[in-house]
Design a protein around this ligand. Structure first.
Ligand SMILES: [Zn+2]
Length: 340
């Protein structure tokens, strides 16, 4: 059934197409017989009826077809034809935006296709699920020809990335750099992962004690993480040790995890913290933490020990010399008094 110009199939069949008339019974028509104009394509064994003609005649055509089905049950059941509508193929009228159907009154009408809409909602849903996935920290556009920046999930630049290109990842994709607009927030998210609820407190802590974004970047890339439940203390997990930076007056104080020495070179970390002598601002303390390893600490201890031993030897030597001299003097005195 079709409007011939509207269908591509018509171009294919037009050379062999024949104008025909379908004879149907209409009790209201003169002589009860009605001719329905149609086109026939012999090699496809298909009949084409224009949609306006179809709308006009379908009710009577339908009755004739029903009689045909009734008289040819075997033929019809083999081909899955149970009712007159089963031989109507509306596919040629399908389009991207609308879908044809036959109404109860035997007319072809169209409903808007909802395909485009669901597609859009689907990619929107996919975007949201990427945003909601707690493993995803970095968000970016899959368009590698663009600026190749990764963003924090709250960065406003994300609004300009279309749903289809929207990507989320737990790792920094190759060749991407941190967006300048959201860098600080993203670094804090990275540093206190997975405790995302602590982001505002950590951000407040770094802000209050003036830690720069460059410093944050340095420590995060060294693998140092941090956590803060409130503004009184931030726990910093350094390379090997754990530290606390505690609010103290207007400034901060540095606290180092307690440990028990097992031998000259071995130790194990225990509960609690002791204050580390480290006077300076928070950035200075972070540098201290970045530079601290147990090995370096031992090297420092060793240097101190060696220095102490050297000093002790010098003292001992002088001591010995003095002693020597002292005894010699005593001996001389004793001799002088003739007591020996
Ligand atoms: Zn950004």
């Amino acid at each position: 059934m079709c409007n011939e110009s509207a269908i591509s199939e018509y171009q294919r069949v037009r050379k062999e197409i024949l104008e025909v008339g379908l004879i149907t019974i209409n009790p209201h028509a003169a002589g009860m017989i009605e001719i329905v104009p149609a086109l026939y394509a012999p090699s496809y064994k298909r009949i084409y009826i224009k949609d306006d003609v179809f709308n006009k005649h379908w009710r009577h055509l339908k009755k004739s077809i029903a009689i045909g089905i009734e008289n040819n049950p075997e033929y019809c059941s083999e081909r899955g034809i149970e009712k007159p509508e089963d031989i109507v193929d509306l596919r040629v009228l399908h389009s991207y935006s609308r879908e044809p159907y036959i109404t109860n009154h035997g007319k072809i009408e169209y409903k808007a296709r909802k395909q485009e809409q669901p597609k859009k909602t689907e990619s929107k849903r996919a975007r949201q699920s990427k945003l909601d996935n707690p493993k995803n920290i970095y968000f970016y556009s899959s368009n590698r020809d663009g600026s190749r920046q990764i963003h924090d999930k709250e960065c406003e630049v994300l609004d300009s990335i279309p749903d289809e290109k929207f990507m989320g990842s737990s790792e920094v994709p190759d060749g991407y750099i941190l967006c300048r607009k959201c860098k600080r927030k993203l670094l804090i998210r990275m540093g206190c992962y997975p405790n995302t609820k602590q982001i505002p407190t950590c951000a407040g802590f770094f802000q209050k004690y003036r830690v720069s974004t460059a410093e944050l970047e340095r420590m995060v890339y060294m693998g140092i993480t941090f956590h803060a439940e409130d503004m009184s203390v931030m726990t910093v997990n350094g390379i090997e040790d754990n530290w606390q930076i505690r609010a103290s007056g207007d400034g901060v104080s540095l606290w180092h995890n307690n440990y028990v020495k097992l031998s000259d070179t071995e130790r194990y970390i225990t509960d609690g913290f002791h204050e580390q002598k480290c006077n300076g601002n928070m950035t200075y303390m972070l540098h201290y933490i970045e530079g601290y390893t147990w090995e370096k600490h031992l090297e420092g201890e060793e240097r101190k020990k060696v220095k102490a031993e050297e000093e002790a030897r010098t003292i001992a030597h002088e001591e010995e010399r003095r002693t020597h001299w002292y005894y010699r003097f005593i001996d001389r005195v004793k001799r002088f008094f003739g007591r020996k």
